[in-house]
Design a protein around this ligand. Structure first.
Ligand SMILES: Nc1ncnc2c1ncn2[C@@H]1O[C@H](COP(=O)(O)OP(=O)(O)O)[C@@H](O)[C@H]1O
Ligand SMILES: [Mg+2]
Length: 351
């Protein structure tokens, strides 16, 4: 039976006035995405209406009385902005698609997420967080290093200059990013090599402890999750100024001409290893229904995979977003992807 679905998003055109950096709202969504979500849900036999994800929801949702919310809100303000709308939905006792409050707050914070991954022995580049540009560099970090904001997405703050090869470049990047983004800056070991991202839809069968399983139960951890074919960013197609990293420029200005390989040309064992790591990240960070995990394969260490970050709100722009391209490579069109996410949430919530 069809559901009454509220599509909740933060549209770029509704963004609050703000005199911060020009890329401040790069992660917000467009009408194209929202219209495609509505069309997809209708094609799936549901009713769907868009509501802007701000405080107006407190009145608009009780009026609309949705059975479930399809949430892609990135939020506007604060250290945990992606978790604000889900928190509100829980207060209104409304079910929603995707990850919950804790996971969205955690994964927006890259260093916090890395601490959780490291605790579970999952491979993520060695790192240090800077609140001042002149803090001493840890002895165990060696150049080249990579500098990026702790709590942004869509490659904000990521350019060819994020790769720093000496002390002076490091201090310059730190000063520039601290001033621009007004938040702690993450410095990681630079992983030279290929870049792949793995999308996943579904849920792990309960009970899902936020810990890594023993080897004997590893198979169960994959049950319920559908892995999409890995997508590789084709850096050969981009100018050298981008430094072989997936920059803000590539994700915004040049997004309409995204160059990628999907499925990425990888051996079956490599794909299986990436799927296992994706499942582990999904599990220990408590993801639900959908996620995308970004990896770099260390060219200096036999393509050993390193987890860069987990995206529990992956972009859903039709024909362009990584997850959408991965779904297409698996024969799932945009409407199929959106309904698969809804169905995962629906089963999880017993609707
Ligand atoms: N430690 C690293 N080594 C090499 N490249 C990196 C590293 N961290 C980030 N990058 C590059 O920067 C891009 C954006 O970083 P990521 O952590 O995925 O943030 P975002 O939320 O902006 O996607 C990555 O896709 C990758 O190309
Ligand atoms: Mg990323």
């Amino acid at each position: 039976m069809g559901l009454n679905v509220a599509v909740l998003a933060n549209l770029k055109r509704n963004a609050p006035r703000y005199d911060g950096p020009a890329d401040a709202w790069d992660d917000l969504d467009s009408d194209v995405t929202v219209d495609a979500l509505i069309a997809a849900l209708q094609a799936g036999g549901h009713r769907a209406a868009f509501l802007e994800g701000n405080l107006s929801l407190v009145e608009a949702l009780p009026r609309l009385k949705p059975d479930i919310c399809f949430n892609i809100c990135e939020g506007h303000w604060g250290d945990s902005r992606e978790s604000h709308v889900p928190a509100l939905l829980e207060m209104l006792r409304l079910p929603y698609t995707g990850s919950g409050v804790l996971t969205l707050a955690l994964t927006l914070d890259k260093p916090m997420t890395k601490r959780v991954l490291a605790f579970h022995g999952l491979p993520t580049p060695a790192f240090q967080v800077f609140e001042r540009a002149d803090e001493p560099l840890d002895d165990d970090l060696r150049f080249p290093l990579f500098v990026k904001p702790s709590r942004e997405g869509t490659g904000m703050g990521v350019s060819g200059q994020s790769i720093v090869r000496d002390e002076r470049a490091l201090r310059e990047q730190l000063a520039a990013q601290l001033a621009r983004y007004q938040q702690p800056i993450l410095v990681e070991r630079f992983i030279r090599g290929r870049e792949v991202t793995v999308g996943v839809i579904g849920n792990l069968p309960p009970p899902v402890a936020r810990r890594m399983p023993d080897d004997e139960t590893a198979r169960r951890v994959l049950g319920g999750l559908r892995f999409l074919p890995p997508l590789e960013v084709d850096f050969r197609a981009y100018p050298e100024t981008e430094g072989g990293v997936y920059t803000n420029r590539m994700k915004t200005e040049w997004a309409h001409d995204f160059r990628y390989l999907c499925p990425a040309p990888l051996a079956a064992e490599q794909v299986a290893q990436l799927d296992r790591l994706t499942a582990a990240v999904f599990r220990v960070t408590g993801c639900r229904d959908v996620a995308r995990v970004d990896f770099r394969l260390d060219a200096d260490d036999g393509d050993r995979p390193y987890i860069l970050e987990v995206n529990p709100l992956p972009g859903l722009y039709p024909g362009l977003s990584d997850l959408v391209l991965e779904a297409a490579a698996a024969g799932i069109d945009h409407a199929g992807l959106i309904n698969a996410i809804l169905d995962a949430a629906r089963r999880r919530c017993g609707l």
